[in-house]
Design a protein around this ligand. Structure first.
Ligand code: GLU
Length: 558
């Protein structure tokens, strides 16, 4: 039996050839085409986002194509809606995908599909059949027990582990022997293995766009390329898909770096040109002084959904991710802080190869600065969008009273003493929710959103001098006038305060002749108006609330 006859015996249904496929998916006119290729697990890892943003930006800055391929060959781990988790997350970041299952109900857009690996079975088998014909792959029936036995022997004898040379039972079988075994096994095989041309002593050198020249031991293992269920392993799928989808740059996680020698062998076996590789370092975290990879199991921030829930802006996150990728980005950005982020080019060769550390403080700073710069209308829209998912009641208020909401959000923004209080959209909600009457009136202060809110009974001065404070409030309400300027209003307030036996300032308070001081006054008003110990400038708060509401809130306590 010839190898071609064996290939026909194993895959009689495959009649297409590789040259036919290469013609069907011609070279792209664009110089750059890259992609993200997530497995649909229902979880979008921060590392995937990092990879997605860098691929997208790289394609954009080179007028290239950025596509989404779904690596769903692990049927056991497949989860419904998982593709939408990825697509929706990318959408939120404004990352436009040119091709992939991005149409309605995941219909495919693009000429280089199918973009779901599970729909590409025939294509993979075309490639596998070719390798069998060339004697570069063979079926294998080794059982898990046999494989275990080999591993144990190799460990005992201190041999290099793996299925290679003499350790691969079927590697040396002739086509006739393989065909006979195939029939004995009721026309099935366990897996198909690649017949690696490497040996244990070979070293190879290849180039990585981020890391430069890399020298590594060559692959010598007869790796599994097709599983028993007829679907390929990552290695074969990568060769086939990135070839036929005409990917020019494969920018992927560093954990794939050690597979490059195998991948290069496979490209050579098909006489194909490999793409340009660029391997990204994993995002890490400091854990008890030690760097370790951000872990799905241990770190909530490993899940991109965490940032949506906490209310981080996607623009702030993109900006932060740029600092993780390129340590010079922050300096470049400082000089052009108003510039559109899309105008910042990055250079693959400048991407850091040392494992970048996730630093929430820095992310907070970047977000805070971003939220302090965007116009109030934009901030309002973004807060509303997040609230619609995470705080629907608050979203309703924002929609019902947009002008009031915007005035509340806007207090002290763009002024000289702007305290830049918002790091996340959640902060905006915390600081503006109680401007609205319904949540203010709600008794339930234990509501988780309000855990920081205070009650007047928390103020000692009120407990000690309830009557005097109440009398002050009566007088204050009588003379209350929001029309004058801030200074006049404050002087007037202090005067009434003084009339009820409280000091107008700290220095006078120290004389010992007063019940309390001006700071207490401010605290009382803050708590009465917003149930908070910290608020923006009091008079600005009152102006936004309007006279009637201020009166109501003060009276409500008496
Ligand atoms: N599905 C692979 C992963 O998520 C894709 C790696 C690649 O980009 O080639 O690790």
């Amino acid at each position: 039996m010839t190898r071609a006859e064996l290939a026909n015996l194993l895959f009689p249904q495959i009649t297409t050839t590789i040259p036919e496929l290469l013609t069907k998916y011609p070279h792209r006119p664009q110089p750059v085409c890259d992609r993200i290729a997530p497995s649909p697990t229902g979880y979008f890892h921060f590392g995937n986002l990092y990879t997605a943003i860098l691929n997208w930006k790289f394609a954009q800055q080179n007028h290239g194509v950025f596509y989404l391929r779904v690596e769903d060959t692990d049927q056991a781990r497949k989860i419904d809606d998982a593709v939408d988790v990825v697509i929706n997350a990318l959408k939120k970041f404004g990352i436009s995908i040119d091709e992939g299952p991005i149409g309605e109900n995941n219909t495919e857009i693009g000429e280089y599909g199918p973009y779901f690996q599970s729909s590409r079975k025939e294509i993979y088998l075309t490639f596998i059949k070719h390798l069998i014909t060339e004697g570069l792959a063979y079926p294998c029936w080794m059982t898990p027990e046999e494989l275990d036995q080999i591993r144990t022997n190799q460990t005992e004898k201190k041999l290099i582990p793996g299925i290679y040379g003499e350790f691969s039972k079927y590697r040396a079988y002739t086509p006739d022997q393989l065909a006979q075994k195939y029939h004995e096994e009721n026309d099935t095989f366990a897996v198909i293995r690649f017949r690696s041309p490497g040996n244990l002593t070979n070293k190879i050198t290849f180039s990585d766009a981020i890391r430069g020249e890399i020298s590594m031991i060559d692959n010598y293992n007869d790796i599994v390329i097709l599983k028993g269920d007829g679907l390929p392993t990552y290695h074969l799928a990568h060769i086939v898909d990135d070839t036929l989808m005409r990917t020019s740059h494969v920018m992927r996680g560093e954990e794939r770096l050690t597979s490059v020698p195998l991948h290069l062998q496979l490209f050579k076996a098909f006489d194909l040109t490999p793409p340009i590789y660029a391997h990204l370092a994993p995002i890490c975290k400091l854990d008890q002084g030690k760097k370790r990879k951000l872990s799905k199991r241990h770190d909530p921030e490993a899940n991109v959904a965490f940032f949506f829930e906490k209310g981080y802006s996607t623009q702030g996150l993109i900006e932060y991710i740029m600092t993780l990728a390129d340590s010079n980005f922050e300096d470049r950005r400082k000089d052009h802080s108003e510039e559109d982020l899309n105008k910042f080019h990055f250079d693959l060769a400048k991407i850091s190869t040392s494992w970048p550390l996730f630093d929430q403080q820095k992310l907070n700073r970047i977000n805070n600065s971003y939220l302090s710069k965007i116009p109030t209308e934009e901030l309002y829209q973004q807060v509303l969008e997040r609230a619609t998912t995470y705080q629907p009641e608050y979203a309703k208020l924002l929609i019902e009273q947009p002008d009031y909401a915007k005035s509340a959000i806007n207090i002290e923004r763009f002024t000289e003493k702007d305290p830049k209080r918002y790091t996340t959209y959640a902060d905006v909600m915390h600081q503006t929710l109680l401007f609205f009457d319904a949540p203010f009136a709600e008794e339930n202060a234990e509501h988780t959103q309000r855990e920081n809110f205070a009650s007047i009974s928390q103020i000692e001065i009120y407990q000690q001098h309830t009557e005097a404070v109440n009398a002050f409030l009566d007088d204050y309400l009588e003379q209350f006038n929001l029309e004058t300027d801030t200074l006049t209003r404050f002087e007037q307030l202090k005067k009434i305060w003084q009339a009820h036996g409280f000091a107008p300032n700290n220095a006078e308070f120290k004389t010992g002749n007063y019940k309390g001081k001006a700071g207490d006054l401010a605290m009382i008003l803050r708590i009465l108006l917003l149930k908070a110990k910290q608020t923006p400038d009091l008079f600005s708060v009152m102006k936004v609330m309007g006279k009637e509401r201020v009166k109501q809130r003060i009276l409500a306590w008496k």
